[in-house]
Design a protein around this ligand. Structure first.
Ligand SMILES: CCCCCCCCCCCCCC(=O)SCCNC(=O)CCNC(=O)[C@H](O)C(C)(C)COP(=O)(O)OP(=O)(O)OC[C@H]1O[C@@H](n2cnc3c(N)ncnc32)[C@H](O)[C@@H]1OP(=O)(O)O
Length: 237
């Protein structure tokens, strides 16, 4: 597996920055062009196939895209930055200007989307609104290694948090995340995270998920999460 990962890493390096339509940033670009390129990267939807996606990931993606045709499922787009509206919504809860300088905030990016193609978190989430559940297809790249050849548990926890969060809506925060890691996840493999909203109790959303291999034979993790809808009357800081 390590050997195949090394080969994967080599081909990933060969593909660096070649996500279809992705601008290449280099130091010799003129400032105006650099700014334009950066804008394109920020507004790009990253939950779409790129050359680093394995056959398994592409196949599952195509299957779920078919399910989207009758409107029962939808693919959730994913950006490096939250929309201006979403950011404004969250800002109302974090009013203290000393907390994060505005300038720093303008550089902020969703950290799962901060890696080059194939090296970090490659994922797409599909949502079934009627059934209050989502399916996240996730391929963890070589920069997410923990124990040699295996995905870091923190990387898995991050994806579980995002997958559970995708079953919620509006301004929520993770209050509790409980994960049972049952089997280690091979680096560069594809896993499927099935998440659902189990119960809504006032501002509390109780969610659960499982993480399985593509053939569904291996159960890697099970998790539950408590998310809290933020109270507009309270500042969280
Ligand atoms: C397109 C979209 C796709 C999705 C992708 C998204 C991408 C981004 C994804 C990024 C994802 C990033 C995600 C992240 O990284 S979120 C970052 C990690 N999370 C935090 O930093 C949260 C820190 N905590 C807080 O801010 C507050 O504690 C919150 C806001 C959570 C609640 O403070 P608030 O003052 O508002 O509420 P309350 O204290 O009155 O409590 C209310 C009720 O809740 C119950 N309670 C509270 N805590 C717990 C607990 N631990 N276990 C059990 N119960 C708990 C409490 O008993 C009470 O119950 P009841 O008495 O009413 O019965």
């Amino acid at each position: 597996m390590l050997r195949s990962c090394t080969a994967g890493l080599r081909s990933i390096w060969a593909l660096r920055g070649r996500r279809e339509g992705a601008p290449r940033l280099s130091m010799d670009l003129q400032p105006a062009r650099r700014l334009f390129s950066t804008e394109k990267v920020i507004h790009k939807d990253w939950a779409l196939p790129n050359p680093s996606w394995s056959k398994d990931l592409k196949l599952l993606f195509d299957q779920f895209m078919k399910k989207c045709e009758d409107g029962s499922w939808e693919r959730l787009p994913s950006y490096k930055r939250r929309s201006t509206q979403e950011s404004e919504d969250f800002k109302t809860y974090f009013l203290d200007p000393k907390l994060v300088e505005e300038e720093r905030l303008s550089q902020a990016q969703l950290f799962t989307r901060g890696f080059e193609d194939g090296l970090g978190f490659e994922y797409v989430i599909f949502k079934n609104n009627d059934e209050k559940r989502t399916v996240c297809l996730f391929q963890g790249g070589p920069y997410l290694q923990g124990v040699p050849g295996l995905l870091h548990g923190g990387a898995m926890a991050t994806m579980i948090d995002i997958a559970l969060g995708s079953c919620t809506g509006g301004a929520v925060m993770t209050a509790n995340l409980n994960i049972n890691f049952k089997r280690p996840v091979p680096l560069c493999s594809v896993v499927v995270i099935n998440s659902q909203l189990d119960k809504l109790e006032g501002r509390k959303l109780f969610l659960s998920c499982n993480v399985r291999s593509v053939d569904e034979k291996t159960l890697y993790s099970e998790a539950t999460g408590l998310f809290i809808k933020l109270d507009p009357e309270k500042s969280s800081t």
